[in-house]
Design a protein. Sequence first.
Length: 556
Amino acid sequence: MKRDGVTPWPAELADRYVRQGYWRGKPLGHWMWTWADRDGNRVAVVDGDVVVTYRELAEYADALADHLLDLGLHNGDNILVQLPNGWEFLALFLACQRIGVAPVLALLAHREHELRCLAELAEVKAIVVPDRWQRFDHQRMAADLADSLPSVRSVIVLGEATEPTTGSTVDLRSLLERWQDPARLRARLDAGAPDPGEVALFLLSGGTTGTPKIIARTHDDYEYNARQSGEVCGFGQDTVYLVTLPMGHNFPLGSPGILATLTHGGRVVMLRSPKPEVAFPLIERERATVTSLVPAIAQRWVEAALSGDHDLSSLRLVQVGGSVLDPAFAARIGPSLGATLQQVYGMAEGLLNYTRPDDPADAITRTQGRPISPADEILLVDEAGDPVPPGGTGELLTRGPYTPRGYFRAPEHNARAFTPDGWYRSGDLVRWDESGNLVVEGRVKDLINRGGEKISAPEVEAVVDALPAVRRSTAIALPDPVYGELVCVCVVLHNGQKLTLSEVRALFADQGVAKFKHPERLEIVADFPLTPVGKVDKKALRATILTRDAGSTQAA
Ligand code: AMP
Ligand code: DBH
């Protein structure tokens, strides 16, 4: 391995994954170049008015890879990427795959708090950002980070590169220009192709710890993740995939998403806002056949479809995943959008479950699907770690050809998050349904799932604890009608102290924490209920608050 801190699969299993054809020994994205050769005039990406063919995408990615080498980035290096959905992001992603540079895929919502942790953890050599996005100056943030992080040598900006840094500041679009003869360049890049067992990209985990965790995905493992997902979902040359969610996320990127679409010679349509007013005209114009949504967005789409008059008839499959989907609402999605619903229960850590398009309607609305691979192993265990009886609910443990054996550079956390024999402890409580699919019943992990965005409770607590008025804090999930869950912080204050929600939120903004993590509710309590082993009893705290809320609603 070129990078330290990656936990490999056991050698004999890795051999088996190769022998059984799961791992093909090819760099991620190689099929995009194959399509460029075979049928280069096919359209690969539509992004607003920009149409990019497979040949053009291959040439842009090669040119960019060449320029990245000139910037001093090499096989084994990591870069931090925070970009909006768009063809330039895709070209950059593919360029990285070409030369063994692994992008850490941050979300646009992330701010300095998150980016600094990620950049330090992966010792990134470059940071890629838009100049501004939704009135926020990403370039300024990246320049500040670059100035204070010794590993960072370049800031690459999509838009106008104006902010000087101690290293170099480069305009991403200028790197997409071709300076060399494409055929010669290609031969040179082919010669330096990365080892497929190496890290191709880093995905972010929702996390349950004070600092963010990232997952190193290899070329072999992620190529299979996308290819097998595409197989299960019937992707083909006629697939037109609409990228509704942020494309650095595992769901739109590789489940089956963008990468499987390109594997099959299909067409990717970029969307910058999931709003139905923007998405529906595009579905109509581009005849999109499939997209992926989180439940909160599906809700807006269903409401808009009822009142709107856009032609969505091209849609065949609408994937919904990331957080709990209410079965009664699930039953309305397919009919309202004129497509088959597919529930997706996935994780950046690996294992992917999909309902199958030909499952009975009832299984599609009530279950979260089943694994994509015959080599996926699943074990449901009780609190003592013993298997639960058939039909029982337990914590899902998993291993398999696209489920890595550890988080990147996190030995202490890995000792808890993985069993000694390599099972990933998902923290999800699930059961096998009679249909043969899994049903997610709850979770034992300490996070808040806000409409599919995962928020680590300990991370929130660490920020709140810095307030002088606060003696102790704890973060819990409360129900939210739109996002499913919201962040509630409960605090015990020092004697005579006061605290308001706006003071708490101001602190989060000041610390540069992503907005979706800012607490939406504050509860001041005299003390926390404790479990028999002396930990904060979050369940009891939540129940007390909910009972009190119910009482006050009735009284009102
Ligand atoms: P992450 O580890 O950040 O990639 O988040 C993955 C987690 O999201 C899973 O372990 C589940 O807790 C949750 N999740 C994903 N899909 C679903 C779903 N369809 N229903 C319920 N929870 C889900
Ligand atoms: O929530 C997730 O992380 C998720 C959901 C659906 C995911 O990673 C995926 C599909 O690939």
